[in-house]
Design a protein around this ligand. Structure first.
Ligand code: FE
Length: 261
């Protein structure tokens, strides 16, 4: 299958127009007419993931996080992105990323996040695109729980759902939570747009958490990796039915470890 056809398949699910402005998405490295028979899907790309791809005879790596966020001026061994690009070139492996377009997509990471917590009747926190029929797409989801919980109970529920040994939360543990906003990955920039009893995101800066506390906005932190690792399964499902073998990365592990006990 030609790489361009795989791109079209992914982008039918996660159209580039619904991504956040300025995001780096799409074909990061490679030729669109490259013949692809094996694809490795991952959350991030690093040398470990590229070596895994090489060992498994992969032609294309598809990730959620783009390798380069900022423009790079030199491709050499002095930067992580440069080292990865050199390795991709040497191995003849292409790289494609669907980032905030995958977050925003119907059935994408934010919908999966909301569904996992039983949050229904959702709408985006920040709209990134409205189509000709007036349907809006965007980042984050706001909706409501079936049953009210205290913040402490809800934080414990988030831990259970994401298999976390513990979590950080901001707010009074006895506060009642019925409406919930979620944002996979780093959701600090959306705090001022959130209108819900509690906001759950992957990670956040201390200063954002401080501002949330000052504004009386309750928060629960669910982990960046934990809220986005489902991207691998989403990519696998998108490519189901394509004449390519899709492999889930085993080398792409959480960069954070938890202490025992
Ligand atoms: Fe992320």
């Amino acid at each position: 299958m030609i790489l361009q056809k795989i791109i079209e398949k992914v982008e039918a699910f996660a159209p580039p127009c619904i991504a956040c402005e300025g995001d780096n998405i799409g074909l990061m490295f490679g030729k669109r007419d490259k013949e692809i028979s094996r694809v490795l899907v991952a959350l991030d790309v690093d040398l470990g993931v590229i070596h895994e791809a090489k060992e498994k005879g992969v032609d294309l790596i598809v990730t959620h996080h783009p390798l380069m966020f900022d423009p790079i001026r030199q491709i050499n061994e002095d930067s992580p992105a440069g080292r990865c690009l050199l390795e991709l070139a040497e191995c003849g492996i292409a790289l494609y990323s669907a980032h905030t377009n995958l977050d925003s997509a119907v059935g994408g990471l934010n919908d999966i996040f909301a569904e996992k917590l039983g949050v229904s009747n959702t709408k985006p926190i920040e709209i990134t695109y409205t189509d000709e029929n007036g349907v809006s797409y965007g980042i984050g989801r706001t909706g409501s729980l079936e049953k009210e919980m205290t913040l402490s109970e809800f934080a414990a529920f988030v831990c259970e759902k994401f298999d976390l040994p513990s979590t950080n939360f901001v707010g009074d543990g006895n506060a009642k939570e019925k409406t919930v906003a979620v944002c996979s990955g780093s959701g600090g920039s959306l705090i001022s747009l959130v209108s819900a009893d509690v906001y759950v995101t992957g990670d956040i800066k201390y200063s954002n958490a401080r501002n949330a506390a000052d504004a009386g906005q309750n928060l629960v932190i669910a982990g960046h990796y934990e809220t986005e690792i489902c991207a691998m399964k989403v990519f696998k499902d998108i490519l189901a039915g394509c004449p390519v073998e899709v492999i889930l990365s085993k080398a792409n592990k959480n960069v954070f470890n938890y202490t025992e006990g």
